[in-house]
Design a protein around this ligand. Structure first.
Ligand code: SAM
Ligand code: FES
Length: 349
């Protein structure tokens, strides 16, 4: 084991931060042993706070219509090869009804940036869910909106909001997005969400094109300062109908390492073992949990539409039913000594 890296991992755990140059050293020289060391520590930290519980969130991908053109994303506006769909309010409620029966107590409503759902439409859906299932949390993941819209969602009862910052480096952001999109606005959104009292999630794709160790160091420092309640970290995976189709996928091992370091830096953070991690490696979700993750987000979308919410090639679970995913996750977690909890699974302050 690299003793310097071991001390940096210990320092991160003890002080919750390390210096910029220390991040660069750790991220550019870590070995598999360092990664295992960090994973064991991260798992112990997660166990000490959340025990053997894994929280599940049912994700309803309610529309794949998107006005944006992020270069990495399979549902980008410029992709003319996919069939677009938009679920109605009733269809979304049907997904939640099934999800409630399967033991989900958090519903994540995710979509492209689809302007045909007005602020009022979203608020109505959120308040319907909260009225019918008062014991459930609602998470929104519908992109960049105005502060007023976020405030309206909050007033309607939304509890959490996921908006990955994608990169803390503005120059890197410009290489991933067209000129109409702005890093400053994404950061403004995150600040507004937190100020409005959402449990707020940010995060990155590991190995996104043009990402450097410097970028990841900035991401970790940004997250250490911002203190999100949730962090979404998954590998970048190329999609065949995007400008990044020929770019290499992100590293599985680095993703696991960053999950562990995130847990050590922000011990209480809600940290999913993402679908992308399960796509890059069939044991990704189990190994993600063993590296410190404590959330899994199985799909609750109707099976017919899942293949059209392909953010990247070969996304898992697109042919499965919600019942199959629910059972699958429970069995996967049991095999590694964890149990899926029927609870909202809030951030523990
Ligand atoms: N429109 C919302 C937004 O922008 O936050 C939510 C949906 S968006 C598709 C959700 C996340 O998917 C993005 O934040 C991005 O990090 C991830 N994603 C998109 N394309 C990806 C790819 N090719 N590989 C891995 N993750 C990807
Ligand atoms: Fe969908 Fe395993 S989670 S089949």
């Amino acid at each position: 084991m690299n003793n310097n890296n071991k001390s940096l991992i210990d320092k991160l755990e003890a002080e919750k931060k390390i210096r910029h140059e220390e991040w660069i050293t750790l991220l550019s020289t870590y070995t598999n042993e360092d990664r295992t060391y960090a994973a064991q520590k991260a798992r112990a930290v997660a166990d000490s706070i959340y025990g053997k519980s894994i929280f599940i969130r049912g994700i309803v991908e309610f529309s794949n219509v998107c006005k944006n053109n992020c270069y990495y994303c399979g549902i980008r506006a410029g992709n003319t090869c996919i069939e677009r769909y938009q679920l109605s309010r009733d269809e979304i409620m049907d997904c939640c009804k099934a999800g409630y029966e399967y033991g989900f107590r958090t519903f994540v409503l995710q979509s492209g940036e689809d302007l045909s759902y007005s602020c009022e439409d979203i608020c109505d859906i959120v308040s319907d869910i909260k009225k019918l299932y008062p014991d459930c949390a609602v998470t929104l993941s519908i992109g960049e909106k105005s502060r007023e819209e976020y405030a309206a969602y909050k007033a309607a009862g939304a509890d959490r909001y996921l908006l990955r910052h994608e990169t803390a480096d503005e120059e890197h952001y410009k290489k991933l997005h067209p000129d109409e999109m702005s890093w400053a606005n994404r950061m403004r959104c995150l600040r507004d969400l937190k100020e409005l009292g959402f449990q707020t999630g940010c995060g990155i794709m590991v190995g996104s094109p043009y990402q450097t160790v410097e970028c990841i160091a900035e991401d970790m420092e940004f997250m250490g300062d911002f203190k999100p309640e949730m962090i979404g970290i998954g590998p970048f995976l190329p999609h065949k109908d995007t400008p990044f189709r020929d770019m290499p996928k992100g590293s599985y091992e680095l993703t696991l390492f960053l999950l562990s370091l995130s847990r050590l830096m922000l011990p209480r953070v809600l940290l999913p073992a993402t679908t992308a991690l399960g796509t890059i490696n069939p044991r990704g979700r189990e190994e993600g949990v063993l590296a410190g993750a404590n959330v899994i987000m199985p799909n609750l979308s109707p099976t017919e539409v899942r293949k059209n919410y392909m953010l990247y090639d070969n996304k898992i679970c697109t042919g499965d039913t919600s019942a199959a995913c629910r059972g699958c996750i429970e069995a996967r977690m049991e095999r590694i000594g964890y149990r899926v909890e029927v609870t909202r699974g809030d951030y523990l302050c």
